[in-house]
Design a protein around this ligand. Structure first.
Ligand code: TRP
Length: 327
């Protein structure tokens, strides 16, 4: 039995943080042994919102590949590539756009939400509306069996399946129906207690130095009602304790759960413990990051080679699509 194919992408819109690591990359890494994995940098998707300033694009792409490799995505096992190097994605996007009814796009929940939320950019563009059609092309061109994504991406995947079905019913069944592989990881909390996200500026990044991580963690919010050391705290509402639950052994969490509530343990004590654990956890990733950053030729080579491999497959599907559509 040939391995089933997995495909996923990420927009290069900044440095990756602990939430991306635990929520996506660790999962991608695990999938590598069981599946034929294709992971790509969705730089065209980033343009749908970042088109007005592309000055950091190259740096973001490079740093993102470094983050992936450092986190254990292995170019020997997975195909790592960059969307904009594959014109085939754009061609399939054009063809799919012919058969995608406008109302399907207008009712995608993220479309309206983002349009309302984002105030500093003009998102009334053709490209932004077509975001899910481009995503459908990304997925369908590899006939992916599975797409590991977070729950927020499910509407996009459902639309991909609908577009694929429509294509198949019009021109013959050549496109596969991808299934989501839901990443079951709770959202990590950031240093301010809100969801960890770069738009909140509350992240701990894989590329942060130990000094920066120390500063961020020591300034992290804990139970807001616990003002002084001698006040008893409530771990259930403490974002620091949420991180303990992930990075500390159960015995420590049980201990904190008791001692915090009777002011036996201070926030700073707990922070110091967590800091040790977090730095140890991130150390191999950061060492690998350093090594990779010193070797830009290697990163360029990996993207070139991965894009070449992906392209062979994309060209094959596109030839079938052209045949089916009599082009
Ligand atoms: N929309 C995805 C996100 O923002 C990125 C993406 C683009 C993607 N194309 C994809 C994810 C194809 C999975 C498959 O996270």
């Amino acid at each position: 039995m040939p391995k089933k194919r997995v495909l996923s992408g990420m927009q290069p819109s900044g440095l990756l943080h602990l939430g991306n690591l635990m929520g996506a990359l660790d999962n991608w890494k695990k999938l590598q042994d069981e599946y034929d994995c294709y992971y790509f940098i969705a730089d065209w998707h980033a343009l749908t919102t970042q088109y007005a300033d592309t000055s950091k694009m190259r740096a973001f792409i490079r740093e993102m590949i470094i983050d992936w490799l450092a986190a254990g995505i292995d170019p020997e096992k997975s195909v790592i590539f960059q969307q904009s190097r594959l014109p085939e994605h754009a061609v399939l996007h054009v063809l799919l756009s012919m058969i995608t009814p406008l109302p399907w796009l207008e009712r995608v929940p993220t479309y309206k939400e983002k349009m309302e939320q984002v105030q500093d950019k003009d998102l009334h563009t053709y490209g932004f509306l077509g975001y899910p059609v481009l995503q459908a092309a990304d997925i369908l061109i590899y006939k992916a069996d599975f797409v590991p994504v977070g729950i927020d991406q499910l509407p996009h995947l459902e639309l991909t399946r609908e577009i694929g079905r429509r294509f198949n019913s019009l021109y013959g069944g050549i496109l596969a129906e991808p299934q989501p592989l839901l990443t079951q990881y709770p959202k990590l909390l950031g240093t301010d207690g809100r969801k960890m996200s770069k738009s909140y500026n509350n992240t701990i990044n894989l590329s942060d130095s130990p000094g920066e991580i120390t500063k961020k963690l020591m300034a992290m919010i804990t139970d807001p009602a616990r003002m002084r050391r001698q006040d008893p705290g409530n771990p259930d509402v403490c974002p620091l304790f949420a991180l303990d639950r992930i990075f500390a052994p159960k015995e420590w969490c049980d201990y904190v759960d008791v001692e915090c509530r009777r002011a036996g343990l201070g926030c700073v004590d707990d922070k110091k413990e967590l800091l040790k654990r977090l730095l140890a956890y991130l150390k191999p990733i950061q060492d690998k990051r350093k090594e990779l950053s010193a070797d830009p030729g290697k990163i360029a080579g990996i993207i070139a080679e991965g894009s070449r491999k992906a392209r062979a497959l994309a060209q094959k599907t596109l030839a079938e699509v052209n045949e089916a559509m009599k082009l």
